[in-house]
Structure formats: C-alpha cells, structure tokens
Design a protein around this ligand. Structure first.
Ligand code: ACM
Length: 539
C-alpha cells in the first residue's frame, strides 16, 4: 500500500511538472531531472560563440522587462552560475537545431547555428515562470530539438487593411516566438498598394488610398465614406527587414500580378487593357466618392480589370521588381498569380493578337506566358519566384515554387512535376476563417477551429517518398477584409498559431491532441503574460 502511495505521489508530481513545463512547439526530446537552477541578478549571459550578441540582448531585455533585473552579457565568461550561449555541431539538414541543458549550476545552450541558439532562447522563455519572481527558478532538464520543416510561414495581408510598422514588428515577434521563420508580406492588392516605389510615386500617392470601405459582410450594409490607406516607405521596409533578420525571420514580399491589380491601375491606367474605362463594382454594393476613371477598389472580391500583357506593363513590373529585389534579401519574390479573371483579355484585341502571335492556346496560356516572363526577370536578379497554385494553369514557369491554397491538389500536382511546394490549404490554415461556431464577429466565412488546424498534415498522402521532398513546409494566411485592427488580428491568430507551429516544427509521431490541449492551458496564461489577445476555445 505504501509503495502504491509513493508511486501515486511520484506519478502525481511528474504529471504536475509535465503540465507546468509546456513548450510549444513540443521539442523533439525533453528529459526532466531532479533539482533546479536559479537565475539571479548575479547570473551572467556568457557568450562562448561569436556573433551571438543580438540574441543575448533579446534574452537580456526579456528578463529585464518581465522580471525586473538586467543580466550582464560577457564574452568567454565562466560557465558556473551563468547562461552559456555556444555552438554545437548537430548537423541538422536545415537551420535551427539546438541542445539545451538546465544543470544544477548553469544553463548551457548549444545551437547548430545562430538560428539554433535563437530557438533555444525561445524555449528558455517558455521555461520561465508566468509571474514576476526573483530569483527565477527552473527545473533541471535536457532538451534536444530541431525543426521538421524548413519553411514555417505566416502571411499578413496589409492591402485590405493597413497595419503600422510597430504592429508589423509585433507580428514578426509572434512568428519568431513560435519558432517560425517566414513572413510572407502581401503588399499589393485591389484595395491598396502599400510599398513605396521611387520610380512610380503615384503607386502610393494614388494607389495607397481608397475613398471608402464596405461596412459589414459583402455585399455590405453601406460604406464608411472615409478615405482609408497608408503605405510603408523604403526606409521603413529596410527597418522591418532588419528587425526580422535579427529574429531569424525571412521577409518574402508579394507583388500581385496579373490580377488583384486595381490599385496599381488606378495610379497608372495604361497598365489596364482598357485605360479609359471607369472602374466597375457590383450593383448590390455601396461606393463612396467618384465613379469616373480608374479607382482604387473599395469592394472585396475578384475584379476584372487586370494588368494588360503589354510591353508598357512588363517594363513597369520589371522596374517595380528591380526596386523590390533590392529591398528584400529573401531569395524569394511572391508574384501572386491567383484569381486573375480572363474577361478583359478575351475582350481585348491586343491580347487576342498576342495569343495568335505567340502561338498560345488560350488566355490561361497567356497568363502562363505572363508569369514565365516575370520569372525570367526575377531569376536574372538571382531570386526565385513563388506563386499561388493558379500558376499551374497553362503550364508552370520552369523554376517556380507553388503555394497550394485551393486545397492540396495544386501542391500534389506541382510536387509530381518536381517543383517545390508550400502548403497553405484554406480548409486548415486560413486564419481569416471563423474559429467559433457561430462566429463571434464578422469573418470571411469557413470554420477552422484549433483542433482542425492541429489535425493538418503538410505532406499530402498522395505523394511518394521521392515527391515528399518537394514539400518545403506550410504557412497560414491572415487575409484582412474583415480584420481592421491589430487586436482582432491577434485574436484570429491565437491560439491557432500555436497549433500551426507544432505541425511545422515537431515530429509527426509526437502529434497528440490531448497532450497539446494540456500544454495549451499553460500557453493561454503565457499569452496573457505577454499581452497577446486570443480566443480561448470553449473546450
Ligand atoms: C488566395 O487566397 N486568393 C490566394
């Protein structure tokens, strides 16, 4: 009986600890040990590897902000009593693996590379108590951890609604905190052009502002009748790219073409097949201001006025992309390619002649011609093209990476054609979908709750082992037609981002919904401690 009681007691303690220690995404291996280590104001951050100063500074400022004392950062300091940041050769096929030990007299972090040290520090943040204490006591343990996928992304649409530089930085913090590494920045669309291009100032003086916005869910109950807009200067973009790089996040810009281009066309009407035709909108919706000439769209959805495949347009796009490629060190440029209606190309004598001259089958082949020309230019700048899965129609550009959003089909097809793929199927990872049923505020529709996100497997079943290698990873998308403020953006992200990061980082074998839910109970408290606005699921 005594033995059973002792066993029950030990089991109880370990259960409690397992719940208290809640790292999301779940590490590959975590072994708890007896005893603790305490971080006190005397503890130093000791740099044993080079180029770790910025990571040390982030750790220092987190502890200072949350616990009220500032740990000194020293080079080659003693191990004993300190938090040591170092490199260990772990040979993971891509960046981010690390080894972390909490010992009786020091904390040791060995990253495979800088990103690995950074992610170890993110794990350490989650080992710290969720209240201001001094000293900070941590249970002894050993963690070995590495990411499952190379591409772990999150997209933000800043065209439908604009978000300040300070929120963009917070968004990048969310990505980094979850050990994700790609920020796909949807910078242009029908309802606003958001990136300064020096050669074409009207893109922002005209294209960044619309005269009104729908009220309520499409077709809406009216229009705000207020000018709405904003854009990022090139200086702000450089600042954001640097902020992201310091957090091991790559910023991938998206410049939409040939569709979703009303804002650019409003600035430079010659980009349209019909420059003199006024912008149209569905009769059941409400418009604000002038309806004469080209206008920045105020209505959500897909619009027929798209880029004409003329030399004027290609020169324009190459000039734009020339500035974009210089601003973003990412090896990728996203060119959209989705939802391009073919009506205006069908009506245009120029397009029909071009189809004949180039021996193209139809307007889908014309879109493929368009994308392939842009790809050549992007490749000539040493960059790779990403497009939404419509770029498969009419033939894929030779080196393109496909983002599969209309389910898994596009991704499967692209992988079978030996093209790299990023999975982002709407049903599982569109974070503009409702997460409660019935929805608790207006959303675009759909229902993607936490469990649904957690159930997502980025490698489609239909792929062979060889084809699986083309799936680089996955990303969630935050389209913002119905998200017009940072607080709602956070609410739509959390807690779903926690589920997404675990799918992308943790091993497939460790996926366990019950265990995840247990760890989420701690994560909700952490969200509060970190001031993240979130939706707490009912169960
Ligand atoms: C998309 O959601 N239109 C890519």
């Amino acid at each position: 009986m005594k033995k059973i009681l002792i066993l029950l007691f030990i089991f109880g303690v370990s259960q409690l600890r397992a719940q208290e220690i809640s790292i999301i995404p779940k590490p590959t291996s975590l072994q708890l040990k007896e005893g603790n280590f305490s971080i006190t104001p005397k503890t130093k951050i000791a740099l044993a590897g080079s180029n770790l100063d910025k990571i040390a500074a982030l750790l220092q400022s987190f502890i200072e902000n949350k616990y009220g004392f500032k740990l000194p950062i020293v080079k080659n300091g003693a191990i004993k009593g300190n938090i040591v940041l170092n490199f260990d050769r772990l040979d993971h096929p891509f960046q981010g693996a690390y080894h972390l030990e909490v010992n009786s007299d020091h904390i040791y972090i060995g990253g495979d590379n800088e990103a690995g040290v950074f992610y170890a520090v993110q794990s350490l943040f989650q080992l710290l108590p969720i209240s201001k204490t001094s000293p900070i006591t941590i249970q002894q343990m050993v963690i070995d951890d590495s990411p499952r996928f190379e591409y772990r992304g999150l997209m933000l649409d800043v065209s439908r609604h604009f978000f300040s530089v300070s929120f963009i930085k917070k968004f990048i913090d969310f990505i980094a905190y979850h050990k994700m590494n790609k920020f796909h920045w949807h910078l242009t669309d029908d309802q606003g052009w958001r990136i300064e291009i020096k050669k074409y100032p009207k893109l922002t003086s005209v294209g960044a502002f619309r005269n009104g916005t729908l009220i309520g869910r499409y077709p809406g109950t009216g229009n705000t009748d207020k000018v709405y807009g904003g854009f990022y200067t090139q200086e702000e973009i450089k600042e954001i790219v640097k902020y992201a790089a310091d957090r091991y996040v790559e910023v991938i810009p998206e410049i939409e073409l040939p569709g979703h281009s009303s804002a650019a066309i409003a600035a430079y009407p010659e980009l349209s097949c019909f420059p003199l035709a006024s912008t149209t909108y569905p009769a059941k919706t409400t418009w604000s201001g002038s309806t004469v000439g080209k206008q920045v769209q105020q209505i959500w959805g897909v619009h027929e006025d798209v880029f004409a495949p003329t030399e004027y347009t290609f020169t324009f796009l190459e000039n734009v992309l020339n500035e974009v490629t210089k601003l973003f060190p990412s090896k990728y440029i996203h060119i959209g390619g989705d939802e391009c209606p073919k009506e205006s190309w069908k009506k245009s004598a120029f397009c029909q002649q071009l189809i004949k001259d180039k021996n193209l089958k139809d307007e889908h082949a014309l879109q493929s011609y368009f994308i392939q020309r842009i790809e050549k230019f992007i490749n000539s700048k040493g960059k790779k093209l990403i497009g939404w899965d419509e770029i498969l129609e009419g033939g894929l550009a030779p080196n393109a990476t496909v983002m599969s959003w209309r389910g898994e089909k596009g991704g499967i097809e692209a992988a079978k054609q030996k093209h790299n793929v990023i999975m982002t199927p709407g049903e599982w990872v569109y974070f503009d979908h409702a997460q409660n049923n019935p929805e608790d505020s207006i959303t675009i529709g759909g229902y993607t709750n936490l469990q649904k996100v957690y159930s997502y497997e980025p490698i489609p079943k239909d792929l062979t082992k060889e084809e699986e290698k083309y799936v680089l990873g996955a990303q969630a998308n935050l389209w913002t037609e119905y998200i017009n403020n940072p607080s709602k953006a956070e609410y739509m992200l959390f807690p779903r981002l926690s589920a997404l990061c675990e799918i992308l980082w943790s091993t497939k074998e460790s996926r366990d919904w019950l265990n995840f839910q247990q760890r989420m109970q701690v994560q909700y408290k952490r969200y509060e401690w970190l001031n993240f606005n979130y939706n707490k699921p009912a169960k």
